[in-house]
Design a protein around this ligand. Structure first.
Ligand SMILES: [Zn+2]
Length: 315
């Protein structure tokens, strides 16, 4: 079926650039990017990536600004014609159609008022948000790396927003943390179950050591970490770790969660991961983001090197 999909896409996007058949991933010159540059033909960059296994597309250059991302159906509706749409519907196998209909546990991108913090702005809210992050030892590099933003209006006003990207670079979740001192609700999240997502799954390197942490601030403190958004591992993440983690899995929960950490250790230390799970003993009353806030990356690294296995006899 891949050849047929490629044929349909090439008919309105022009020749493809790269094609990774095993991943179902193929790239084209983005029509929006080319148009912005005033070109009638492609810009030669190949920034528009389509994954026909997952039925999605995204432009790595302009998706945030122009909304150049979504389902292949959307792509065809915007740049192709009805014939392409009909052909595409004939080509995708019936079981895929079913998964498209069933996959409703998704959100429609970031809140409308999301504004990246990387671009300096001359307003009080921008300054407050930056000040709050600075206090927590989160610098511009981290802001860039995780595309942290804020909102000046709407439901997420007065909050710093941490986006979560899935494997296809699509937003699958976000966390809004209030930066105001007196607030009823510290955290505000979208109405999607935390149980059905893996936060920043798209940023995980499954071949390296993976750190399991509780919250987004812990996540920002340790490279290649996954925040569980709580103290409990969801099934989706459990199965992914069991099947995809190639190196060690290191548990870094808050000091008040020692029992949860041991439970988690027992659960993960089996099958492919047996003897590859470690645990960090957090200093009393600390979590890893406190360590990062007070001692910086060096303090974090120092603590992480103390990770060890638990003796079988103690389990
Ligand atoms: Zn583009």
């Amino acid at each position: 079926m891949s050849e047929l999909v490629v044929e349909i896409l090439e008919d309105f996007l022009g020749n493809h650039r790269k094609h990774y058949k095993n991943k179902g991933q193929i790239s084209f010159d983005c029509p929006v990017c080319s148009d912005i540059k005033g070109l009638d033909t492609g810009d030669g960059k190949g920034n528009l990536e389509v994954n026909y296994n997952h039925h999605v597309y995204k432009c790595w250059a302009c998706s945030e600004t122009y909304g150049t991302h979504g389902t292949i159906n959307k792509l065809i509706r915007q740049y192709g014609n009805n014939t392409h749409l009909k052909q595409y519907r004939l080509v995708i196998p019936p079981e895929k159609k079913k998964t498209i209909i069933n996959s409703h546990a998704t959100i429609e991108g970031l809140p409308k008022s999301f504004t990246p913090l990387l671009i300096e702005r001359d307003n009080q809210q921008y300054r407050e948000a930056i000040q709050y992050l600075k206090k927590r030892n989160i610098d511009l590099n981290l802001i860039r790396k995780y595309n942290i933003g804020y909102a000046v209006s709407g439901d997420y006003r007065g909050r710093v927003i941490f986006p979560s990207y899935d494997e296809d670079g699509e937003i699958n979740y976000y966390v809004g943390r209030s930066y105001e001192k007196y607030t009823k609700l510290k955290y505000k999240n979208p109405e999607v179950s935390k149980m059905e997502i893996i936060f920043n799954e798209g940023k995980i390197n499954w071949d390296s050591n993976i750190y399991l942490v509780e919250g987004v601030f812990d996540h920002l403190s340790i490279p290649n970490s996954i925040p569980m958004l709580g103290k409990v591992l969801n099934d989706l993440l459990f199965h992914k770790l069991m099947s995809k983690a190639e190196a060690k899995v290191i548990i870094v929960l808050d000091a008040d969660a020692k029992n949860d950490a041991i439970k988690l250790y027992k659960k993960l230390n089996s099958g492919r991961l047996r003897n590859k799970v470690l645990i960090v003993n957090m200093p009393e009353r600390f979590d890893i983001s406190d360590v990062h806030q007070k001692l910086g990356s060096k303090g974090v690294v120092k603590l992480l090197t103390t990770a060890k296995k638990i003796k079988e006899s103690l389990l």
